[in-house]
Design a protein around this ligand. Structure first.
Ligand SMILES: Cc1cc2nc3c(=O)[nH]c(=O)nc-3n(C[C@H](O)[C@H](O)[C@H](O)COP(=O)(O)O)c2cc1C
Ligand code: SF4
Ligand code: SF4
Length: 317
């Protein structure tokens, strides 16, 4: 059994091939196409796996896809839970992962995916994280794990995006406040300016590793070790019945299928929450609460995502 970096996590890692928590089928094989040896002007098949809670990661991945396709490459995006079969089966020249930083780790489904990846045989990988402030050594730490499996992680980089981690805790909503529209747009436009350069470097096969300095390494280690502290909030989810309009979105979009609907039609939280805060942020009427005080949604703002064009990923009907 592999060990994890964090303690007290709801989801413990599993051995390769064992049944997975996320409805993921046992890992089959990440098909290895020819190693990355692109001639000048030759196009590549690039497969990108992503996980997003409130849409920032998908927004970035879609922008990158567009830019890379404009350069003549074939780029496919795979949602790490829904499209896992296709992601592991489809051959490509280059694999990328787009992910939000969760306490200097990728989100739990990606940690699990990573653990179950087979030998890499030199396959080229790039890792693009995004966070609201601190990414520590997330990419570099991931690279070290992948290197041991024989992958060649040649590129890691991060974007700063608006926060979605707005637990109802003062000061500053525990972490950072969800930005208002003008501030959100400023953050997004900064990210948008950075994307073409990041894509150009990846396509050139340029090496880039971020989070390698001693401060980033320390920050990463500390965040991974203390990340479990937030897990207390997992048991404080509830739904305000007066607000709820019974749209069922929270039930459909929860990545761990932690929300069920009982015989009375009430939404009930189970014990599989991974604190992605997606239901809390994206409920259209802010009926999902974390602790009673979050009923004050002016004080405890919800993050509705980077654009209304990015719809929440759904996992069941
Ligand atoms: C569980 C959780 C943990 C997070 N941890 C961090 C963190 O360690 N550092 C950081 O800067 N942002 C952190 N964030 C903020 C997100 O990384 C950031 O808002 C990201 O852009 C969200 O992407 P998404 O909309 O694709 O889910 C965290 C968010 C969540 C939900
Ligand atoms: S998303 Fe919100 S409104 Fe819709 S069912 Fe869930 S709690 Fe109710
Ligand atoms: S219950 Fe809400 S916060 Fe927990 S995993 Fe499901 S969507 Fe995410």
């Amino acid at each position: 059994m592999h060990s994890v970096q964090t303690k007290n996590r709801q989801f413990t890692p599993v051995q390769a091939g064992a049944p997975l928590n996320w409805r993921m089928p046992p890992f089959v094989h990440l098909k290895n196409a020819e190693p990355y040896k692109r001639e000048e002007g030759e196009s590549m098949r690039i497969n990108i796996g992503y996980f997003t809670s409130t849409g920032n990661t998908l927004w970035l991945a879609l922008k990158a896809q567009e830019i890379m396709e404009q350069q003549g490459h074939a780029v496919k995006l795979y949602e790490i839970i829904n499209d896992q079969n296709a992601f592991v089966e489809d051959e490509c020249d280059l694999t990328g992962f787009f992910y939000p930083v969760w306490g200097s780790n990728p989100p739990d489904p990606m940690v699990e995916f990573r653990q179950n990846m087979p030998e890499g045989n030199g396959k080229k990988i790039f890792l693009i994280g995004n966070c609201c402030a601190l990414y520590g050594d997330t990419g570099f730490h991931w690279k070290k794990i992948m290197d041991k499996k024989g992958y060649d992680v040649f590129y890691t980089n991060h974007f700063i995006m608006p926060t979605n981690f707005n637990l109802p805790f003062e000061p500053e909503n525990y972490w950072k406040r969800v930005p208002l529209e003008a501030e959100r747009n400023k953050i997004l436009s900064k990210a948008e300016k950075k994307i073409p350069n990041v894509c150009a470097d990846i396509l050139k096969g340029k090496k880039n590793l971020d989070g390698t300095g001693p401060i980033a390494r320390l920050e990463g280690a500390l965040q991974r070790e203390t990340y479990w502290i937030g897990s207390g909030y997992k048991s404080h989810f509830s739904i305000n019945k007066e607000r709820c309009i019974d749209c069922g979105l929270c039930y459909r979009m929860c990545p761990s299928e932690n929300i069920s609907i009982n015989v009375n039609g009430d939404k009930v939280f189970g014990n599989k929450c991974m604190l992605c805060v997606k239901c809390y942020n994206l409920c259209p009427v802010n009926a999902v609460l974390i602790c009673e005080k979050s009923i004050d949604d002016k004080k405890y703002r919800r993050y509705k995502g980077p654009s209304s064009e990015i719809k929440p990923v759904e996992y069941r009907k």
